[in-house]
Design a protein around this ligand. Structure first.
Ligand code: KPL
Length: 317
């Protein structure tokens, strides 16, 4: 299978390495030329339980005229692993360039809003939302540390969102892609209830990401202080009420899940804390900003989500 991985972050490198190791042809598209050159020369160094493997992949810099002009392989599957701020016109151009009719694009972003944007901008492609619980840390431009085994949940394509006349074909293809991912050691599942999974992840991110970034603490340190924990609970309460109105199922103790993620990723800095520290644009507009937008749709107020969005934006712009 020909797989393009767009984005050279931790999850992109992890999945690219796994898929290449199991015999697929893999092209990684990176934002910087330095990373593409390093990957091309050195390959991906995958660290797993103190064992390291070097995996050779093809690497290209997205959006240099040379890359786009060059003959690229036709992709059967595209893993879109870039962060929300990079879902922009440059990315649309790249997708148009490397996708062929029938290519499936798995979208692994935090937050909400991007699926509608991608589908309305490129209606000829098949986009499936995906959520991963894999733990991975990028140590340098070529090295990824697989810190915790997780699962990849992929939206099962129904009649909606599929270019006309392709439904049956795509359902068969999706099953085949899942088998390929499984043979690469990626635990992948098709899901009919992706909205619920996306909202569960959004709820967790809406609490942990902005508060770790504002307090400047690691995930595990957030609930250990009583004041921080009360604020966590207040944001959690507001987000969960809004997401419940939008369709989040109430069959799970979501607060316990938030605490469990803080514990299982205790030594990690959240992606938002890392973005703020590096002076990069964060995903706040698609996480807490996304929840505020859902609140407006349901005629609800979202003062805490509005506030953390404004504070993080003040820090990072
Ligand atoms: O998804 C995450 C992120 O940092 O974006 C969590 C779950 C908070 C883990 O760090």
């Amino acid at each position: 299978m020909n797989v393009s991985v767009i984005g050279g972050g931790a999850i992109g490198l992890l999945y690219a390495a796994r898929l290449a190791m199991s015999g697929n042809r893999v092209q990684v598209w990176t934002r910087t030329e330095d990373q593409a050159l390093a990957l091309q020369a050195k390959g991906i160094v995958l660290l797993e339980r103190h064992v390291s493997a070097v995996v050779h992949v093809e690497a290209r810099t997205a959006l240099t005229a040379e890359s786009l002009g060059a003959k690229t392989m036709d992709s059967d599957l595209i893993l879109l692993t870039v962060k929300q701020p990079h879902i922009n016109e440059d990315l649309m151009m790249l997708l148009q360039h490397i996708a062929k009719p029938g290519t499936m694009v798995l979208c692994l972003q935090n937050g909400i809003g991007h699926m509608d944007k991608l589908r309305s901008r490129l209606p000829q492609l098949s986009f499936a939302a995906a959520v991963t619980t894999e733990g991975a840390l990028r140590e340098d431009s070529c090295t990824v540390n697989h810190t915790g085994h997780g699962e990849l949940w992929i939206e099962k394509m129904g009649e909606t969102h599929i270019p006309s006349g392709m439904a049956e074909n795509l359902a068969i293809k999706q099953k085949m892609f899942v088998q390929h991912l499984e043979s690469a050691g990626i635990k992948a599942f098709l899901s009919n209830e992706m909205n619920n999974r996306i909202y569960q992840k959004l709820l967790i991110n809406s609490v942990i990401n902005p508060l770790t970034a504002l307090y400047g603490v690691k995930n595990g340190e957030l609930p250990s202080d009583p004041l921080r924990r009360s604020l966590m609970f207040a944001v959690y309460k507001e987000s969960s009420l809004i997401l419940a109105a939008a369709g989040l199922a109430g069959d799970t103790d979501h607060w316990e899940r938030v605490l469990a993620v803080c514990a299982s990723t205790a030594d990690n800095e959240s992606s938002m804390l890392r973005d703020v520290r590096a002076g990069r644009r964060t995903e706040i507009d698609w996480i807490n900003g996304g929840i505020s937008a859902l609140a407006s749709e349901h005629e609800m107020a979202a003062p805490l989500n509005d506030s953390v969005t404004a504070l993080i934006n003040a820090l990072s712009t």
